[in-house]
Unconditional design. Sequence first.
Length: 298
Amino acid sequence: MRFRKALVCVLLLVLLSPPSTAHGNESGDEAASIHDVKTFDVQCALTNETCVAQSTTHLIEYFSADWCEPCNLVSAELEGLNRTDVTILQHHPSPDDLHFLSDSKFRFESTYGFWGVPDLVLNGEGLLTGPSQSQELSRVLDNFSREWTGFSSISLNNGTLSWVSDDGDEVHVWITENSVHEFNNQDQPRVVNHHIAASSDDQTLDFSELINNNTTNVVVTLESPGRFELRTASILSSQGYALIDEGTDETREESKNKGRESDMAIAVFGLSMAALVPALIMYVRIVRKEPVFSNESE
């Protein structure tokens, strides 16, 4: 009787464990993190003067594509945000996009583990997917406020970045430009068109050739590498989430496999819940010490 009761309890624990749907680190390696974020005034960066870094409270990484119609709603949401404490990087990770950047694709697939757009990453911690979830941006943004630390000093002079850091392993420079939307001719002032990275131990980085009159922002992040562990910032569904499968055959197959795995997990969970009913009945009978009748002769 005790063995049967223990067996039923174990079965309940297994069946009641839901399938995981989170984005993030699946390999067990140390999770990535953003330690510090600084920005530089573009007009100063184009001169020979020494530019002082400016701080920001919120870093939003927006993964989009010109061919993605639902992304237009997210772009409008960002344009209407009207906050001075927010820095936005707009990535275009799709190879079929006019403003495609391979470094954005790497960040999209390997750093964050995404397979569709639109996505909003809040301070490397929170995630909003699809145009429906983006409508909650204003409400949830302050839930991901950060006090950035890591750079003890940082400056920009004549296109050369100099810094001293006491945390983090990599320094990333993200340069945005104003890029016209491929289909509706609207300006997109925050599209990442250049990216360069270096070890935090290097302490200097020259990217003077990447800055021009079309540059709209220079954003510097201090990071630890790996896969970010993001938590969902919305309880809404990710309606309008468009898979990016315009790349290589390998990329398309990987996206399809992820979709199949998700569908399989839901199906298995549903069957498991159906199978749980007899176990619950047996458990109740055992607890009440009622006899368990069997059709088999003993």
